[in-house]
Design a protein around this ligand. Structure first.
Ligand SMILES: [Ca+2]
Ligand SMILES: [Ca+2]
Ligand SMILES: [Ca+2]
Length: 511
């Protein structure tokens, strides 16, 4: 299909229609009531000067100048990072229990679907415990603590760390089945205080923080005690909660909507880990990018792709680039069908797909657009890549019709959709084995000297972590720890990028 025949809006409309059909087939329920409580408010233009947003719609945000400090997990050990006499210190904390390695938290009715995953993991020496949400709320194992469901889950993870020695946590369920925490950003708008909610699973991974020097305490994300979690306020607007942002467990989510999806995803993980090892397809790296910001700086997408290609020793790069003339959906489909160990996309993103700009093009011209329904045509099982989406909103777990209305696509009823990043994982015939994407609009700092902050820098650190570990959750946390060391105070990026997949996944499979 020629590049610019369809305008983006028409493409999106067609995609939405397909999405509705596919969602119905996938057995997703469309509730008649609008229980959507997110109010993304209008942007304030002053922030645009310094920050290169991956979306034209965004709230203001500023980098804060703070020193790195916190409690996190590094090489499987709990570490305390703090300054003393002007020097950065790292102190590892002792551990005493080793009952379980891996905690799977699920709605109770799906526990039996997760049994095969538990058995498979234990065959590989990972001691696994499956716990139902009601077992958490009712205090079957530990006395329940917490003011709401999300906080009860968080305290449970804390107890599982301290009593069982758990290091990996898998949350099973969409945000409607498994609660998610929304961090709250507040700033002064033209007429009122604006608030912006950001769903983040970092809330569940960040269990501890430092108080003073150097007491390790539970990190409630509500240090001002007002019952609002993860508040990040512009100066003069309110008191922010203290959050150290350093993850303390290796955590991921499979955002399953129903039992069948749980079964499919579990099967994908087991098949992948049993078959990937020694396979030729695994040594491929799919790279997709164009010029993210035309007329400005470098050709960001291709530039970032190339940096990652050079870093991933032993992988054969399959470049899908505007400069090569092959940046189109068919080529992407072809690349996916032949299988790959990793896929790295760098450009613009939406809850329903990705798309970027041609070199020397304009912000109105789109190339390489790839939408959720295309994933349904993939039959690349079990040749499944780990996918990094260096883009906005692809992991918007609360994607629903109100997002489409904001884009000028009226939908006459309320529906909730699986987001793009998740669709790769839930698709039973293929797609990906895990994905990393953003729940909201993202920004990026990339120039000719490389990536410095935001989505691009995060992606860079993710692939860099491959030299250190082949366990998915460990790569993800290594990325987070390196990111926060360089960009302390960037709550935004740290919170919005989430891992959709099994954190214990052995990338490249078991021998
Ligand atoms: Ca608070
Ligand atoms: Ca922490
Ligand atoms: Ca550019």
């Amino acid at each position: 299909m020629p590049k610019h025949i369809l305008s983006m809006k028409w493409q999106v409309s067609v995609v939405i229609l397909l999405l509705l059909l596919s969602s119905t087939m996938a057995g997703i329920n469309f509730p008649a009531t609008k229980d959507f409580s997110f109010t993304e408010t209008e942007r304030v233009s002053s922030a645009e000067k310094e920050i290169h947003w991956l979306s034209p719609e965004h709230p203001p945000w500023e980098m804060k100048k703070v020193m790195e400090k916190g409690v996190g997990i590094e090489n499987g050990r709990r570490v305390m990072i703090y300054y003393e006499d002007g020097n950065l210190k790292r102190e590892y904390l002792p551990e005493s229990v080793d009952v379980y390695d891996f905690l799977i938290i699920t709605p109770d009715e799906w526990a039996s679907e997760l049994q095969p995953l538990k058995e498979h993991k234990e065959k590989h020496g990972i001691k696994t415990m499956v716990v139902g949400l009601n077992e958490i709320y009712s205090g079957k194992y530990f006395t329940p603590e917490g003011r709401d469901d999300a906080e009860k889950i968080k305290y449970f993870i804390k107890n599982a760390i301290e009593n069982w020695g758990v290091k990996y946590v898998l949350l099973v369920g969409s945000v409607y089945k498994m609660p998610i925490r929304n961090a709250v950003y507040k700033w002064r708008g033209s007429y009122k205080i604006e608030t912006f909610l950001m769903p983040t699973d970092l809330y569940y991974a960040d269990i501890y923080r430092i108080e003073g020097c150097c007491k390790v305490v539970f990190s409630s994300w509500d240090t001002n005690g007002n019952g609002i979690y993860g508040e990040d306020c512009e100066e003069g607007v309110g008191e922010s909660d203290i959050i150290d942002l350093h993850p303390d467990v290796y955590l991921g989510r499979i955002a399953c909507e129903n039992k069948r999806v749980v079964r499919n995803v579990v099967k994908k993980i087991i098949d992948y880990e049993n078959n990937a090892h020694g396979s030729e397809w695994f040594d491929k790296l799919i790279l997709v990018g164009g010029d993210t910001f035309p007329g400005w700086g470098v050709v960001e997408g291709e530039f970032m792709n190339q940096l990652v290609a050079e870093m991933m020793d032993g992988f054969e790069a399959y470049r899908i680039w505007d400069s090569l003339g092959n940046l189109n959906a068919l080529e992407i489909e072809k690349a996916m069908e032949s299988g790959a160990g990793f896929l790295y996309y760098s450009g613009h993103g939406f809850p329903y797909g990705w798309g970027t700009h041609p070199i020397n093009g304009s912000d109105e011209e789109w190339v390489g657009s790839y939408f959720t329904p295309y994933i349904m045509a993939l039959f690349n099982n079990p040749h499944l890549p780990v996918i990094f989406l260096d883009a906005c909103s692809t992991a918007k777990l609360d994607f629903n019709t109100s997002d489409l209305e904001e884009e000028g696509i009226p939908v006459p009823f309320d529906a909730k959709f699986p987001c793009f990043a998740w669709y790769f994982i839930r698709q039973p015939t293929g797609g990906g084995i895990a994905s990393i994407g953003s729940t909201r609009v993202a920004f990026t700092g990339v120039d000719e000297s490389g990536p410095h902050w935001g989505a691009g820098y995060l992606a860079y650190q993710f692939f860099k972590a491959w030299e250190k570990t082949n366990v998915l959750g460990e790569m993800f946390v290594e990325m987070q720890m390196r990111y926060i060391a360089e960009n302390p105070g960037d709550n935004w990026t740290m919170e919005e990028f989430i891992l959709l997949g099994d954190p214990t996944l052995r990338i490249g499979g078991y021998e």
